[in-house]
Design a protein around this ligand. Structure first.
Ligand SMILES: [Zn+2]
Length: 451
């Protein structure tokens, strides 16, 4: 099926090329080829077209116009799973040697291994001069790259261009971004995720919102119907008003049982960005209560198959029900002490944070790449994925906090609060916060999302 598509495609390609070639080489009188030519092998046949033996029009074209001028064509390629840049380029017909040189030039500005699934590449290709018959027959590699661009993120495009001498120049083009403040709010009836989606909050913003509050809120057990959220975040567009995506959260608020917690984004003099209360207290703590991609936590209502247990004498941890494969984060900075099978826990990770605290993660489907005993991890780093290994009734994360080697109730966790801004830094924060509050007030509140 795929092969057939390819062939059809190259037939069309050949036809179009022939047509434009004909226009360029108008003096050639023999556009109407003698009937016999169609079946005889063309002397200067394009290798791309050798596969399309059955297409008389194509054959006529190459027979009629023996020396096609180099032609530029454009392609847009999408990165799929397991694709490499070299593979993508050669499958588009670029010679392996040229692809290699182009990648070497590109690598100065963009690492090909940073390519992500779904990312697109824009290619301008130049057809090589047609080779003599007998050489490189039925090879599809007949192009060199004249231009290749990849949007590396919302703002930047990595670009290589071929100079007349054949060398490539690489650069990063930076787009002019227009940032607008967007406000969204909503009332939670089953899960924060659903409420957020209903209020048209982009998924990455929702995930970030949960992460910001994960030090204080257990998103499986603390959220109740009627709780509310409100956020203001950056919405990015290009200079022509085309929406490109979401930037950072500027103000985040969650109201649990009517009690609001409001946090502000602030970049310190040193340059670290974090979220602070109006008094300048960082929301970040050494351990988190929700060590999982909270946007994917299943709602606590109407669950039948597996209870979402909290901490009891019998169950010395807390469970987070989430789809298989949901990323699990390191609850805090530390060193992996165990990563392997552990009886009823199934696939299990334990992290040592300091001489007092450890955290443990059970029933995992698998571990993230590089996670093994002795490895250092950062807070929030993905260490594994939700599964149902060991003694488990359905996909969930079993999370334990251990204090001096004994499991403890995370609700009793009384960690020192995060950084407190003081002096000049506090004054600077207060000025930034006032500006954010003004922007918030100036921005019309969104129409509440209907239920
Ligand atoms: Zn459990």
């Amino acid at each position: 099926m795929k092969r057939q598509y390819l062939i059809i495609n190259s037939v069309i390609f050949g036809v179009i090329l022939g047509a434009s070639g004909a226009t360029w080489l108008a003096p050639t009188p023999s556009i109407k080829a003698p009937p016999g030519l169609a079946s005889s092998p063309a002397p200067d046949r394009d290798p791309l077209q050798t596969r399309t033996n059955a297409a008389p029009l194509t054959t006529v074209t190459s027979a009629t116009i023996p020396h096609l001028k180099p032609t530029v064509s454009r392609r847009v390629l999408t990165v799929h799973k397991n694709d490499t840049l070299q593979g993508l380029l050669t499958s588009a017909g670029v010679t392996p040697k040229n692809a290699y040189r182009a990648i070497a030039a590109l690598s100065k500005k963009f690492k090909p291994r940073d390519l992500k699934i779904g990312q697109t590449l824009e290619l301008s290709l130049k057809r090589l001069k047609i080779t003599k018959p007998g050489k490189s027959r039925s090879k599809r590699a007949t192009y060199t790259i004249s231009r290749l661009s990849i949007d590396t993120d919302i703002e930047n495009t990595a670009l290589i261009e071929r100079r007349p001498d054949g060398a490539y120049t690489a650069k990063i083009n930076r787009r002019k971004l227009v940032t607008l403040d967007a406000r969204r709010e909503g009332t939670i009836d089953s899960s924060l995720y659903l409420a957020g989606r209903r209020a048209q909050v982009p998924s990455p913003i929702l995930a970030k919102l949960i992460q910001i509050f994960s030090f204080d809120i257990d998103f499986q057990r603390d959220i109740q119907s009627g709780d509310q959220f409100a956020i203001m975040y950056e919405e990015l567009s290009d200079e022509y008003g085309k929406k490109l995506g979401a930037g950072k959260i500027l103000i985040a608020e969650i109201k649990l049982s009517g009690k609001p917690i409001r946090l502000y984004k602030y970049k310190s003099v040193k340059g670290d960005t974090d979220y602070y209360t109006a008094k300048g207290q960082s929301a970040r703590k050494s351990l988190t209560l929700t060590p999982i991609d909270g946007a994917r936590i299943s709602s606590g209502y109407g669950r039948r198959r597996h209870p979402i247990l909290g901490y009891t004498k019998m169950h010395r941890g807390v469970d987070f029900a989430a789809p298989r494969g949901t990323p699990v984060y390191a609850g805090g900075r530390g060193i992996i002490e165990v990563a392997g099978r552990n009886g009823a826990y199934g696939r299990y990770i334990r992290i040592r944070h300091n001489s007092t605290y450890k955290t443990a993660y059970g029933h995992l489907k698998g571990f993230a790449r590089g996670i093994r005993k002795g490895r250092r991890v950062k807070q929030g780093q993905v260490i594994g994925y939700v599964g149902t290994t060991g003694r488990s009734t359905g996909p969930h994360l079993h999370y334990e906090i251990l204090k001096n080697g004994r499991q403890m109730n995370p609700r009793r966790l009384n960690l020192p609060s995060g950084r407190k801004l003081r002096g000049k830094e506090l004054a600077r924060f207060q000025a930034a916060r006032t500006t954010l509050d003004k922007r918030h007030a100036a921005n019309p509140a969104p129409v509440p999302a209907g239920n």
